[in-house]
Design a protein around this ligand. Structure first.
Ligand code: UT7
Length: 336
């Protein structure tokens, strides 16, 4: 296998803030409940004319500026999203043109909900490790606000919009990707969904609102029960121990989920990175946003081992353990 590593990262969130105080004016809720049950204080909401492709382009521009990178020679574009601008064409195709990436590069979207970024990262690693690709652009981006029912207090308090991009490049000397874990349990597909052409799954009639619908309590229980097992399996395959993991980045679904997950794993909360407090649940973007916040704050450093673990609709899970080895930064990050 050819060595691969993440060489650069960039992120973007829309300017408009939706605070807990704003939500108090919209549904029967209050700041204490939201902070106490989720840890979230505000989220960013895309403009009416701002779509997932726009967020992706802005995240990649941040990446290029910070690391002095060009993307013209990228040979594969992968966008993980559940909220593409269109069912087709893909967001990846739209941004290929806007970013002047060569027409001979592959471009496709990947659907694995909140586990999407990590699925895409694993896919990028596989492409590069096989020797068939050299430079893959991986983006996790969502505009869940566009499919959020702002009359449903149990979901509208959770979600926000955002994007995170990384470059995965081949490097013979590097062993940047240390282990992975992918799972899917379709028997729980009806617990979190948005209807499309079909309106029934697992023999269950779905609510056809075209908005995101979720049984939060069921997803909560499933994640707290299964994520620690998935992490354990990943580490066993990688022949590494949890004490060797410098930072754990679980999907930022809810602080009250991350805490029992870490408790069950016996992992210190001080070594957890998340993007919840100011951005909420940004679906496929939570993990790259959390990683980037850690980098921007100077906590995360090259040489450290980082365990990213996404989970969500599907029900999907994806974990990836990497040793970080970013290129040297040459420019300032765009303000978030
Ligand atoms: O990223 C995709 C995957 N999704 C997730 O991981 C979401 C996982 N689930 C969750 O984060 C939590 O289940 C929620 C935050 C969605 C809900 O928290 P909970 O502690 O599980 O609340 P609950 O659904 O058990 O509801 C408890 C009570 C209910 O009232 P009653 O029936 O006890 O009178 C709800 O109606 O809290 C009420 N409630 C609220 N009250 C004030 C629900 N939402 C709100 C709200 N404000 N926003």
């Amino acid at each position: 296998m050819t060595g691969a590593k993440i060489t650069a990262i960039g992120t973007y969130v829309p300017a408009k803030r939706l605070t807990n105080a704003d939500l108090e004016q919209m549904v029967d809720t209050n700041n204490e409940w939201i902070v106490g049950r989720t840890g979230i204080r505000e989220r960013r909401i895309s403009r009416q004319d701002e779509y997932t492709s726009d967020l992706c382009v802005a995240a990649v521009q941040d990446l290029m500026k910070r690391y002095g990178k060009s993307v013209e020679d990228v040979d594969m574009v992968l966008v993980a999203t559940s909220t593409p601008d269109f069912s087709f064409p893909s967001v990846a195709s739209l941004i290929q043109d806007r970013l002047n990436i060569q027409q001979t590069a592959g471009a496709m979207d990947l659907s694995a909900a909140c586990a999407g970024f990590v699925y895409a990262l694993h896919t990028a690693h596989s492409y590069v490790a096989s020797g068939m690709h050299r430079k893959v652009l991986v983006i996790g981006a969502d505009t869940i606000s566009k499919i959020t029912d702002y009359t449903d207090r149990s979901t509208c308090i959770l979600f926000g919009d955002g994007a995170g991009a990384v470059l995965v490049e081949s490097d013979k000397q590097s062993t940047g990707f240390l282990g992975y874990q992918l799972t899917s349990d379709g028997s729980g597909a009806h617990h979190v969904y948005r209807t499309g052409l079909a309106h029934k799954v697992n023999n269950i009639e779905l609510i056809d609102t075209q908005m995101l619908v979720q049984n939060g309590r069921e997803v909560f229980r499933w994640a707290v029960r299964t994520v620690p097992l998935g992490v354990q399996q990943l580490l066993e395959k990688a022949e590494l121990g949890l004490e060797q993991v410098d930072w754990f980045i679980p999907h930022s679904a809810n602080m009250r989920m991350i805490e029992p997950i870490c408790e069950r794993m016996n992992y210190p909360m001080e070594q957890v990175l998340h993007s919840l407090v100011n951005f909420g649940n940004t679906s496929a973007a939570t993990i790259p946003l959390a990683l980037d916040l850690g980098i921007r704050e100077g906590k995360v450093k090259n040489g450290q081992k980082i365990l990213m673990y996404g989970f969500g609709a599907g029900l999907t899970q994806a974990g990836q353990l990497v040793e970080l080895n970013l290129d040297e930064r040459v420019g300032e990050p765009t303000l978030l």
